[in-house]
Design a protein around this ligand. Structure first.
Ligand code: FES
Length: 112
């Protein structure tokens, strides 16, 4: 199935989930994780304004460059220096991220 990709997400308890996401719906990774039932707070709804969709990228995929607003937000949330830290709402679901491995950041916890 060319229109779907697989992403591996490790949640805050350390459980690894394999999720599928369609590439033809204009989704971002945060939306794909939520659609697959993963607990991601994402307070601002994908506007790069809250950092509660933060993930740590653990595979070698080439991702789109960080925008200034993404960089500022991660910096403000004190997570920028965690290797591979990104806002999942700023990563478009496309073939480029097929097989991506990410870990949810602490800020994503909806119970906090
Ligand atoms: S959902 Fe708020 S920064 Fe991504």
């Amino acid at each position: 199935m060319d229109d779907f990709i697989t992403v591996f997400v490790t949640d805050l308890e350390g459980t690894r989930h394999e999720i599928q996401a369609p590439t033809d719906m204009g989704l971002n990774l945060m939306e794909a994780m939520k659609a697959n039932g993963l607990p991601v707070k994402a307070t601002c709804g994908g506007m790069a304004m809250c950092a509660t969709c933060n993930v740590c990228v653990e595979s070698d995929h080439e991702l789109p460059e960080m925008s200034e607003s993404e960089e500022d937000m991660l910096d403000e949330a004190f997570v920028l220096d965690i290797d591979g830290s990104r806002l999942s709402c700023q990563i478009p679901v496309s073939q480029k991220i097929d097989g991506l491995e990410v870990k949810l950041g602490k800020l994503t916890d909806p119970t906090e």
